[in-house]
Design a protein around this ligand. Structure first.
Ligand code: UTP
Length: 275
């Protein structure tokens, strides 16, 4: 059974200051829709309708976004403006939302560990909303759910990355199972070009089996003094099986200004103008 999806959103979004001083970076809009809504829509399309946010200070706007605003609804009821709310109303109807706090920013691994109280003892999806993934067919998380049904193990999405970018990611080594799928044998967080075991970088989509929680608890602090998900995933790969999947679609790094602008232009031309 796979129905839950975690969204770690406790990060400060420092690269977007001052815009993110009082507003979560996940609420930055790509044209007329906040980043986080694209990500939640991808999860719903994949059948993961129980949405759990791991939040931090200053993230209240996300909660308000996925809740009914009665005053606003009343104000625009019966006017031509009602249709502007249709797409978020649909999301609110189709999914359930729960929230927990990450008390201290101790890294992505710690954020996921805090999410255990929302997902319990089941396999679950993880989406980093600042990676926007678009696909003309089934979304990236949907592709991964299909794979999970077949292989029943942890799956990470990977993308071939140019050398000058590789130091920003977790990078895998693996045995090729088929042209788009690898069984992971090694993983290094933010390697130098010389250390990188391949050009396959992990991006912000995961399906995790629940044994990851125990592994995270056993994982010592890693790079940058943070609890690194990559380190726990390596332990999982060594103990059992982790697959790396080269997804079909296009990814934009909306955590960086350049990626965010590229995504905005793409969404405006290809989604907004055609809707
Ligand atoms: P990043 O380090 O890329 O995002 O974390 P950030 O901290 O929000 O942005 P910058 O670097 O300051 O501009 C990747 C993802 O992991 C989450 C972030 O919210 C982001 O979605 N994260 C990271 C947590 O939820 N908790 C953490 O302790 C660390």
């Amino acid at each position: 059974m796979l129905s839950k999806c975690l969204f770690p959103v406790a990060g400060y979004g420092t690269r977007f200051l001052p815009a993110t001083k009082a507003m979560p970076k996940e609420m930055l809009p790509l044209v007329n829709k906040p980043l986080v809504q694209y990500a939640v829509e991808e999860a719903i399309e994949a059948g993961l309708t129980e949405i759990g946010f791991v939040t931090g200070r200053g993230k209240r706007a996300i909660e308000d976004h996925f809740d009914t605003n009665f005053e606003l609804e009343h104000q625009i009821a019966g006017t031509g403006k009602e249709r502007y709310l249709d797409c978020v109303r649909k999301v609110i109807d189709e999914a359930s939302f729960s929230y927990t706090r990450q008390g201290e920013m101790r890294g992505l691994g710690d954020a996921i560990l805090q999410g255990q109280r929302l997902v319990g003892d089941e396999a679950f999806g993880v989406v980093l909303a600042d990676d926007l993934c678009l696909s003309t067919e089934l979304g990236v998380l949907g592709q991964m759910v299909q794979l999970f049904r077949q292989f029943r193990c942890t799956i990470v999405a990977v993308e071939e990355m140019p050398q000058d970018q590789i130091h920003k990611f977790g990078v895998i080594a693996g045995n090729e199972i088929r042209s788009d799928l690898y069984q992971v044998t090694n993983m290094i967080e933010k390697p130098t070009v010389a250390e990188a075991p391949s050009n396959l970088a992990i991006i912000g989509r995961y399906i995790l089996t629940p044994d990851i929680f125990e592994l995270l608890r056993e994982t010592p602090q890693g790079k940058d003094g943070e609890l690194q998900l990559t380190d726990a995933l390596l332990a999982q790969a060594q103990r059992g099986c982790v697959l790396a999947y080269k997804f079909k679609g296009q990814r934009f790094d909306c955590g960086s200004v350049d990626g965010f602008v590229a995504a905005t232009n793409h969404v405006y031309q290809n989604l907004y103008l055609r809707s």
